[in-house]
Every structure is written in C-alpha cells, then in structure tokens.
Design a protein around this ligand. Structure first.
Ligand code: OAD
Length: 238
C-alpha cells in the first residue's frame, strides 16, 4: 500500500494547539495571518517572538492525540508512506512517525535561524531568552525557522514531496484537518490520487477539496483517523 497523508492545524486541535483560522485562532486579538509575515517581523519583531514563544511553550506542554498516533501507525505499516504536514509542531514526530517519512512543509517551530546568514539551531529546551535574540555569528536578529506568508517553501522539502509523487501511483491519499487554503496542498492531493486512488478527507467542515473526495469523514481527526487506519490496515486495497 502506497499512502500519502496531508495534514493541517485541525489534527493538533485536540492536543490543545489553536488552529489558524476560525474563532480560536486569534492571539491577543491579532490575526495569525498578519503575524506570520516578514512584514510583521520587520515592524515588531518583539511581538512576533512573543507569539512564537507562547506557541513553543504550549506545544512543549501538549501531547500527541489519537489522530497523530493513528497516522504514525499507518506510517509504520504502509509499504510506502509520506506525510506532508503544514504543522510546525512536533506532535507527529512525538507520536512515533520517523522523520524520513515526514515533510514539514511550513518548517519547524523549534528551529531558530538567522534572518541574515546561514546560522540555525534547534531549541530542544525551553529557551531562557526574553526580548530579541541575536545571531551568535553575525549579530543580526534571529527568527523562528518557519515559512511565513509570501515566503518560498524549502527547495529540499519540495523535492522530497515531488520525488514521492513521481515515485508511483498512490492507493490512498488522506487529507486531514486543513482548510486547504494553499494551491500546492490541493495540487498534491489531486496528483497523489490521480490514478484512481482513494481521496479521503477528514474535516468537520467543507473545504475546496471536499468535492474531489471519494470518502468524507465529517468528524474530528482524533475520532475518525483511528477508525480509518484500522480499516486500511485490516482490509488491503485491491
Ligand atoms: P487552518 O486553521 O486554516 O484550518 C484548520 C482546519 O482544521 C479547518 O478546516 C477546520 O475545519 C479543521 N478542524 C478543526 N478542528 C478539527 C479537528 N478536531 N479534526 C479535524 N479537523 C479539524 O489550518 P491549516 O489548514 O493547517 O501557514 O492552515 C494552513 C496554513 O495556514 C498553516 O500552516 C499556516 C497558516 O497560516 C503558515 O503559517 C505559512
């Protein structure tokens, strides 16, 4: 079985991580779509860092939920598998999914990188810094290692997605917990399912991908995914 899974913020919602859109997405009355931009960082880097530090803190204290665990199990048992997640949290990895089976297409919130040079580090521990951290090498401001609106996706990670899509037809494509706002998410879901693969959507709400889905689960990911993965692993596709 060759499986592609695409996830978004809805998969981590039941771990207590707010999604981006919708009423729970706002932070101090600010719209994340305006905070997660290079312009916001240039205008008020302190504010942007406060938002990311709070999110890092919340993610460190969160636990993977049944949706992350089901995806990790599928990743372990499928013959060929790739997860492309828009989530910058580490909950898929903490549920046991190997890094080589996963692409974090919008980056990793625990990476801090320089806004000017190539320096980057991984913040395994709670960082002590307050205020504005600087690059130890060139003294420019450092920033979270995530992709902001209007920025390019990592070429390396894009290549990993392309290699998987070009590597053969999928049997199953699962899209869970994302509004599928970005064209490339829709494109990958459709390309992955082009040769008659099942396209399964897990989302309580309708999205632009719903019309193409061969199966819809209008349920929370932590409810639907364990059931779906059990079905897939006990009933091999023809
Ligand atoms: P959104 O916040 O746009 O969407 C969350 C989706 O999850 C919605 O479609 C909800 O209906 C659905 N949802 C909510 N609770 C759910 C649950 N318990 N189970 C399943 N689904 C649930 O998040 P994303 O689609 O991930 O990018 O957003 C995409 C990107 O836009 C993010 O990666 C981020 C954001 O701005 C950047 O920062 C570049």
């Amino acid at each position: 079985m060759r499986v592609l899974v695409l996830t978004g913020a809805g998969v981590s919602a039941e771990s207590g991580i707010p999604t981006f859109r919708g009423k729970d997405g706002y932070w101090r009355n600010l719209d994340p779509a305006r905070l997660a931009t290079p312009e916001a960082f240039t205008r008020d880097p302190k504010l942007v860092w406060e938002w990311y530090r709070e999110r890092r803190h919340r993610i460190r204290n969160a636990q993977p939920n049944a949706a992350h665990e089901a995806i990790a199990r599928l990743g372990q048992h499928a013959d060929e598998f790739l997860l492309v997640t828009q989530n910058v949290d580490d909950l898929h990895a903490r549920a046991g999914l190997l890094k080589e089976k996963m692409v974090q297409i919008h980056g990793d919130i625990f990476v801090t990188r320089c806004s000017r040079c190539e320096f980057e580090r991984h913040e395994y521990e709670q960082e002590q810094e307050h205020g504005l951290p600087k690059c130890p090498e060139c003294h420019a401001l450092v920033r979270p290692g995530v992709v902001w609106f209007g920025e390019q996706l990592s070429r390396n990670e894009l290549e990993r997605v392309e290699n998987f899509l070009n590597g053969g037809a999928c049997d199953v494509v699962i899209v869970a917990g994302t509004t599928a706002t970005f064209g490339y998410i829709i494109d990958w879901a459709l390309r992955g399912s082009r040769d008659g693969a099942e396209l399964i959507e897990v989302n309580p709400e309708e999205t632009p991908l719903s019309q193409f889905a061969t199966r819809l689960f209008r349920e929370a990911a932590a409810i639907a995914l364990p059931r779906l993965v059990n079905q897939l692993l006990t009933k091999p596709t023809a």
